[in-house]
Design a protein around this ligand. Structure first.
Ligand SMILES: Nc1nc2c(ncn2[C@@H]2O[C@H](COP(=O)(O)OP(=O)(O)OP(=O)(O)O)[C@@H](O)[C@H]2O)c(=O)[nH]1
Ligand SMILES: [Mg+2]
Length: 498
């Protein structure tokens, strides 16, 4: 955003949408896109929705006390809106209409963006609200109040057309930092351009379903695409406001890096449509050949003791080859002491034209079995663009130990993994009702899932149903590049060795 330049794209209005409840965001997307076709792209904690008339930058409200890195969120928002911003919409769902709270939120916005922000602010409710306190609020701040309705596109158009581009005066966040972040995001989104969703009939149906969270697998996470911070012009910012990023562990980057790492594939990949899946005999780390050659895509299981890391590894291996003998699987059993104390690696030789490895690990956060050598071994399997982490958490047993687990694991590994992580909830057969509400009700779990780009999956390790594994594969960031022969119609059953 510039304090002098007008919008570079005046025919498209830019709107920043801030929400507490993701359902509001979904409704808004649905209403805008069903009336004004477009596309949706997810980038870190932001959803960028482009329709014929609007560019909507949607993110959770950073005034929310649960927002872990508000400064980073603000800078990212400014960066996303750098070409000019017309309107801020603060989404308030009907359960959270507390006028005082809304008032203090508006004051916080004024602190962050300056007093004049209110001229560009619409407080929007999910249903029609009218009471004297709201009228007072409107008067005090001279803001617009709105309601989500089928006239949303028309209303937004009216609000945008009657306002000049918002002038942000760089005070708390320098323009340099915002520009650098913009370039960073531009690079990242360029990398993922191919993954942008186009909004057709099918997507619209998906969105309707998304509002109801129909399946146990936070199903639409597959639509969230996160960058692998594997290299490229990431430009760690030097500005103090970005101290979190400055302090971030570096991305795992042992041998490969650079902007093409995520999609790089060796020329010697088998290109056979007759995909073979096979599990080699057990190999402990260090013995496996070809490991560091970069052609293996690794699924790395991390998590606390007893949560089901090994069992989940076995579910994946068995889905590929149901004939495996117990000794070809990871040891998994109920126990009061840790069972897995060393990293173990098993390969599925070729899956959708890609050699795949499953890496089981000990609980790296357990001080009793703390072995840095094992951590170092694990890191060798985390080459940018060649791995996904499954962060295993047992449903119904989210303990104190899991608080801050993602950050602690990143510290331990000395590398940033969240962009490559899917949260894997085990014991899915115990899931009563809606998994999304299970997550939403637990702020620490919600934080982890959010930080992992909302990628989340549920396993029932008691089930041999391979569909749960196929659905998991579809949530791997950039899975279509990693598994070029993976198609919707293909099932793992069809890929098994006969
Ligand atoms: N019912 C049910 N049991 C599960 C599930 N996942 C794991 N378990 C059981 O939980 C117990 C512990 O699972 P493991 O896979 O050994 O756990 P781990 O995380 O590898 O534990 P360590 O190796 O000690 O770190 C085993 O008895 C598993 O069979 C699940 O989805 N449902
Ligand atoms: Mg284990």
């Amino acid at each position: 955003m510039s304090s002098t330049k007008p919008s570079q794209n005046p025919e498209k209005f830019t709107i920043a949408l801030l929400w507490k409840n993701p359902a509001f965001n979904n409704k808004m997307k649905h209403l805008i896109l069903s009336n004004d076709n477009g596309s949706v792209k997810t980038l870190n904690d932001f959803v960028v929705l482009k329709s014929r008339s609007f560019r909507i930058i949607s993110t959770r409200d950073f005034c929310d006390e649960d927002c872990p890195y508000p400064d980073q969120q603000v800078i990212d928002l400014l960066a996303h809106c750098y070409s000019g911003l017309h309107l801020f919409i603060l989404a308030i769902d009907s359960e959270n209409v507390q006028v005082e709270k809304i008032g203090s939120q508006i004051r916080k916005f004024q602190d962050i963006f300056g007093q004049t922000i209110t001229e560009h602010l619409v407080v929007m409710f999910d249903k029609y609200m009218s009471n004297t306190s709201l009228d007072q609020l409107k008067e005090t701040f001279n803001i617009e109040l709105g309601t989500l309705s089928e006239h949303l596109v028309h209303d937004c158009m009216k609000w945008c057309k009657t306002r000049p581009v918002f002038q942000y005066h760089y005070r708390d966040y320098s323009e340099e930092v915002v520009k650098r972040r913009k370039n960073d995001l531009k690079w990242t989104s360029g990398q993922w351009r191919g993954r942008q969703e186009t909004w057709g009939e099918e997507s619209r149906e998906d969105m309707q379903q998304m509002n109801h969270w129909p399946d146990s697998n936070c199903g639409r996470c597959v639509r969230d695409f996160q960058p692998l911070y594997g290299g490229g012009p990431r430009n760690p910012p030097s500005h103090g406001m970005l101290s979190f990023r400055d302090a971030d562990p570096p991305p795992c980057n042992h041998e490969r890096s650079g902007p093409h790492a995520a999609s790089s594939r060796p020329a010697n990949l088998q290109s056979t449509s007759n995909v073979r899946t096979e599990t080699e005999p057990e190999q402990t780390i260090g013995e496996s050949n070809g490991l560091r050659s970069g052609d293996t895509f690794n699924i790395v299981l991390l998590g606390l003791t007893g949560t089901g890391k090994s069992a989940s590894g076995n579910t994946i291996l068995t889905a590929m080859n149901p004939h495996l003998k117990p000794k070809q699987l990871f040891e998994s059993r109920p126990s009061s002491i840790p069972i897995t104390t060393k990293c173990q690696f098993k390969t599925i030789r070729s899956l959708y034209s890609r050699r795949v490895g499953v890496v089981d690990t000990p609980d790296f956060l357990n001080d009793e079995i703390n072995d840095q050598a094992q951590v170092e071994e694990c890191k060798k399997f985390c080459q940018p663009g060649h791995y996904v982490v499954l962060l295993v958490i047992q449903m119904g047993r989210f303990t104190e130990g899991e608080k801050g687990m993602l950050e602690r694991l990143e510290m331990k590994l000395d590398c940033r993994i969240r962009e490559n992580t899917i949260v894997l909830l085990t014991h899915g057969e115990n899931a009563k009702g809606n998994v999304q509400s299970f997550i939403d009700e637990r702020s620490h779990l919600r934080h982890i899932v959010n930080e992992c780009g909302n990628r989340c999956h549920v396993f029932k390790n008691t089930s041999k149903e391979p569909k749960q594994v196929m659905e998991l594969f579809k949530k791997i960031p950039d899975y279509e590049t990693i598994f070029p022969e993976f198609t919707e119609k293909q099932s793992l059953i069809g890929c098994r060795v006969g």
